[in-house]
Design a protein around this ligand. Structure first.
Ligand code: FDA
Length: 412
């Protein structure tokens, strides 16, 4: 060990949502904290989140029932952290910093002005904790030092960086997931876990648009840009998940909140079921149309669903391309049924380029749910998205970042 290396109580790698929050909290507890990030700027994902306004938490989160809004091998793992640092706690912090916010939809809270206000708040919290920032800074190697190497503790880590080596009693990994590599996402956290024999759950993109093969999708590609409220579901009866949200047609497939949400539950090779008119009694509405109208089916349908969809849908069968009063009851029943249960099997996803999160990650079995410390590797902590805890769209992922960071900071 080098006697010239600076010594910190804790080194945190990754200055995103979880890393910044943990650094501020630990610093304010009096710990000497170094926060390292390889990117030029901190918190790039907060900057682009929520369309630039950062959906920073969700009022509907129920810490006692995390399985309602979180996905992972053990959704109960996050219960302890989520109940000790709640949306109300983060809202109080946002209010303390004078940041105006509003609720948009289903408990989702956004900054009124800009996500930059949330970043400035986290940096102010770090400043209050006298956190040292090294950024941009590349971590080259990490070594676990023999017990007793650190002056006041049995364990310590040596972190070799392009600014030289540092030592710390505790090491916190907050390097996030794999989504959006062009703004700094890496697999650093997963590789480090492997270095210390910490098990991983297989990763895949989550909250991601779904794609369909070119020829199968051709009839629907003309609908690109169309958005409408739907009910979307996937899975067998027992494990079925359903969301009532907006769907967006794209050139390559489907997106919008409905599809992002269901993507975290969708298993490759299995179908989705979409009700394209969830608030309409289609059989009754079409029967009424038949009794009183001579319009083309597509035109009648356009009073029930967006007209672009009505036109494209009517093209699917010759029986649907005639005046509604001339249509057979059977043809109308089929139309109603297929609109209410459009079954289709995605061929893939848009991948990490477009995914908002990464499913899977550091196996929660390996971590303490109270502190986020590795059970087999003293002094090593994983927080935020790198862990196998993934929230729904709507502020749940940031709340997990804040809560896991707070749990860790309390224990450092
Ligand atoms: P985060 O990704 O925030 O931070 C990781 C940090 O580690 C980064 O600063 C990165 O540069 C750094 N890093 C990575 N590799 C490194 C290495 N090798 N060395 C050093 N540093 C390294 N969630 C939500 O709740 N509400 C929302 O509105 C949105 N919106 C949203 C939009 C988009 C487009 C995306 C992609 C994601 C969202 N999310 C979201 C998800 C949310 O952004 C995400 O879950 C959190 O940022 C995760 O916080 P972490 O701190 O774990 O990782």
């Amino acid at each position: 060990m080098s006697h010239t290396s600076p010594v910190f109580d804790v080194v945190i790698i990754g200055a995103g949502a979880a890393g910044l929050f943990c650094a501020g909290q630990a610093g304010q507890r009096g710990l000497k904290v170094l926060l390292i990030d390889h990117a030029e700027k901190v918190a790039e994902k907060i900057r682009i989140s929520g369309g630039g306004r950062c959906n920073f938490t969700n009022r509907d989160l129920d810490p006692a029932a995390p399985h309602k809004h979180f996905v992972g091998q053990n959704p109960q793992f996050c219960r302890s952290a989520l109940s000790r640092y709640t949306p109300a706690d983060f809202i109080a912090l946002v209010q303390k910093h004078g940041i105006a916010f509003h609720e948009k939809h289903k408990g989702q809270l956004f900054a009124d002005r800009s996500a930059e206000d949330i970043i400035a708040m986290l940096l102010a919290e770090c400043a209050a904790g006298q956190v040292t920032h090294w950024q941009p800074c590349v971590v080259k190697n990490i070594k676990f030092l023999a017990p007793g190497a650190y002056p006041s503790s049995a364990t310590s880590y040596q972190i070799d960086t392009d600014r030289g080596p540092v030592q710390a009693r505790s090491l916190v990994i907050a390097t996030g997931g794999l989504s959006i590599p062009k703004i700094g996402a890496t697999d650093f956290g997963y590789r480090l876990a492997q270095q210390f024999n910490i098990p991983l759950v297989e990763r895949r993109p989550g909250l991601v648009p779904l794609t369909f093969d070119g020829t199968g999708w051709a009839p629907y590609a003309q609908l690109a840009g169309l958005a409408l409220p739907v009910q979307i579901s996937t899975g067998a009866k027992k494990t079925r998940m359903a969301f009532d949200e907006d769907l967006l047609f794209t050139h390559r497939g489907l997106s919008g909140p409905a599809v992002l949400q269901i993507s975290s539950y969708w298993q490759e090779g299995t179908p989705l079921a979409i009700n394209l008119a969830p608030t309409v009694d289609l059989p009754a509405a079409l029967a009424q149309g038949k009794a009183r109208s001579r319009k083309l089916i597509a035109n009648e349908l356009a009073t029930l669903v967006p007209s672009r969809l009505a036109d494209a849908w009517a093209q699917r069968e010759a029986d649907w391309q005639r005046p509604i009063n001339e249509a057979s009851d059977k043809a109308l029943a089929r139309l109603a049924e297929q609109l209410a249960r459009w079954e289709l099997t995605p061929t893939g996803t848009e991948g990490y380029k477009k995914a908002e999160v990464t499913l899977g990650g550091v196996d929660t079995k390996a971590l303490s749910q109270q502190t986020m410390e590795c059970k087999t590797q003293p002094g090593l902590y994983f927080i935020g998205e790198v862990v196998d805890v993934t929230g729904w769209l709507g502020g749940y992922n940031f709340q997990w970042a804040w809560a896991s960071a707070a749990a860790c900071a309390q224990a450092l």
